[in-house]
Design a protein around this ligand. Structure first.
Ligand SMILES: [Zn+2]
Length: 206
């Protein structure tokens, strides 16, 4: 009996090791207040999604604008290599680990220019707020969006935000002169954000 249990544990352990490709590490979560635990759930869900076969298959099948000319296989490898291009000052990131620094936008302070944007209800379905404007290596979020998602326990939406912003951290953008929202939603950054959101939703429904 003992032998069987031991073999079972060993099998599980090796299975976990084999299927685990990447780790998500949240280095700091600034200004999240009572939403710290909500964010923790999102980090766990993001890691689960990134390690899933469905994520891999979906990235490989994805057609997107602004992919910097990479093939979809290369794009998948770029994500899994996790070489962050932008990290906060005096911080260090490790390749192969999704290193995250997140913070709440201070709309009544240093991030006042985001205030109007943050108060627009359209952000609730949107993940675009953050590093584009802040550029400090922290993935920043509107308080209104975080409060709203936490109030309805929409972990998937927060994961979508992290997925979107993390593609910026890896060096991708969604800029084009006279671009429309419709066009932006066809870009790699947007599509990855939506993909991780939808996969979290799907996983929690299973
Ligand atoms: Zn963006």
């Amino acid at each position: 009996m003992k032998k069987i249990v031991f073999a079972f544990i060993l099998l599980c352990w090796t299975q976990v090791c084999l299927s685990q490709k990447i780790t998500v590490k949240a280095h700091s979560v600034v200004g999240y207040g009572k939403h710290q635990d909500f964010a923790k759930k999102a980090f766990v869900a993001l890691e689960q999604v990134l390690n899933s076969d469905e994520f891999k298959d979906s990235i490989i099948a994805m057609k997107a604008e602004k992919n910097q000319g990479y093939t979809s296989e290369q794009l998948y490898n770029i994500i899994m290599q996790a070489k962050e291009k932008k990290v906060p000052k005096d911080s260090a990131a490790t390749d192969g680990i999704v290193d995250l620094w997140v913070r709440m936008l201070e709309v009544n302070g240093r991030d006042a220019k985001w205030k109007d944007n943050c108060e627009n209800p359209s952000i609730f379905g949107n993940q675009t707020l953050g590093i584009d404007g802040a550029g400090d290596g922290f993935m920043a979020i509107c308080p209104s969006a975080l409060d709203y998602w936490a109030s309805i326990d929409d972990v998937a939406a927060l994961v979508g935000h992290y997925g979107h912003e993390y593609m910026h951290v890896l060096g991708f953008d969604h800029h084009r002169l006279f671009s429309s929202q419709r066009w932006r939603e066809q870009t790699f950054v947007y599509k990855v954000g939506y993909l991780v959101r939808d996969l979290v939703k799907k996983m929690s429904a299973d």
